[in-house]
Design a protein around this ligand. Structure first.
Ligand code: ATP
Length: 250
C-alpha cells in the first residue's frame, strides 16, 4: 500500500457491520474501511456476501453496526443519505437504459446534481469522456449496441457524472474478456487521480489485487484476511485458494 494513503482520513468506515436476510446472517460483524484516495477491494468466492455488503453500505439493505462517512456516523442508512454524501454504486447488472444513447445515459447519471442546481453537466461529461474516450466516440449510439466492456465503462461513467467521492463497484470484470478487464480496472485505478476513492468487489482476485491498495478477503460473511493488496498477491493462502492454477477462482 502507498504509505501516504495510511495517513489519509477514513472516508467510509463499517464497524461491527452485519447484514441478514430474515434469520440468515450473510455478513457477520465485519470491520472495513476505505481511506480517502484509496482503492480497496473485497474479494471472495460466490456467496461470500460481497454484493450484500455493498448493497447494505449503500443503504439498499438494512444492516446492524456502525457506518461512518467522513468520520460522521450515519444513523439508519438509506440510499438518499448515501447519495447525498456523494457515494455511488455501480451494480453488477449495470442497469443501463438500452434504448437510450450513451450521452443520455450519462446525463441521467448527473440528474441528482442537476436537480440541486448544478448545471455544469457538459463539463462533467467532458471529464467522463476524457477518462473514457471510447464513450465519446459512441456518444450517439444506443447503450444496447455497446460491447460488454463499453457497457461497463458507460455504467462507471454514468456514476462519475454525479461526481462521487466514493465509487462502489460490484464485479466490474464480470463477463468481460481478460484484456478488457485489464483496461477497465486500469481506468478504475486512475480514478484516484480524480479524487475518487473506490470500493471494488471482485471475484477476479488477481485482477483486483493488481489495481487495489488494500484488500479484504470475505469468506462466508467473515473477513478471513486483510492487508496490502501487493502482499496478498504473494500470500500462499491466497495463491492456493484464489490465484493458483488449482484455485477455483483463478
Ligand atoms: P456472488 O459473487 O455469487 O454474487 P456474493 O459474495 O456477492 O456472491 P451475496 O450475493 O452477497 O454473495 O450472497 C451472500 C449470501 O446471502 C449467500 O448465501 C446468498 O445465498 C444469500 N442471499 C443473497 N441474496 C439473498 C436474498 N435476497 N435473500 C436471501 N438470501 C440471500
Amino acid at each position: 500500500m502507498n504509505h501516504d494513503l495510511r495517513e489519509q482520513p477514513v472516508l467510509l468506515g463499517l464497524r461491527d457491520f452485519s447484514v441478514s436476510y430474515g434469520p440468515v446472517e450473510a455478513v457477520h460483524r465485519i470491520d472495513i474501511e476505505v481511506r480517502q484516495g484509496e482503492i480497496v477491494t473485497v474479494i471472495g468466492p460466490n456467496g461470500a456476501g460481497k454484493t450484500t455488503l455493498l448493497c447494505a453500505a449503500m443503504g439498499l439493505l438494512p444492516s446492524r453496526g456502525e457506518i461512518t462517512f467522513d468520520g460522521v456516523p450515519i444513523k439508519r442508512c438509506t440510499v438518499e443519505k448515501m447519495v447525498a454524501k456523494s457515494v455511488a454504486l455501480v451494480p453488477e447488472k449495470r442497469e443501463l437504459f438500452g434504448e437510450m444513447s450513451v450521452r443520455d445515459n450519462l446525463l441521467l447519471g448527473g440528474f441528482s446534481l442537476w436537480r440541486k442546481g448544478q448545471r455544469d453537466q457538459s463539463q462533467r461529461m467532458r471529464e467522463v469522456f476524457a477518462i473514457f474516450p471510447r464513450l465519446e466516440e459512441r456518444a450517439t449510439q444506443l447503450a444496447s449496441t455497446l460491447s460488454g466492456g463499453e457497457r461497463q465503462m458507460l455504467a462507471i461513467g454514468r456514476a462519475l457524472m454525479a461526481r462521487p467521492r466514493l465509487l462502489m463497484l460490484d464485479e466490474p470484470s464480470l463477463g468481460l474478456a481478460p484484456r478488457i478487464v485489464r483496461e477497465v480496472l486500469q481506468v478504475v485505478a486512475s480514478l484516484r487521480d480524480h479524487g475518487v476513492s473506490v470500493l471494488l468487489v471482485e471475484q477476479n482476485a488477481r485482477a483486483a489485487l493488481k489495481v487495489a491498495d488494500r484488500a479484504y478477503v470475505l469468506e462466508s460473511g467473515n473477513v478471513a484476511l486483510s492487508g496490502a493488496a501487493r502482499d496478498l498477491l504473494h500470500d500462499q493462502r491466497i495463491i492456493d485458494t484464489y490465484l493458483g492454477a488449482a484455485g477455483a477462482h483463478a
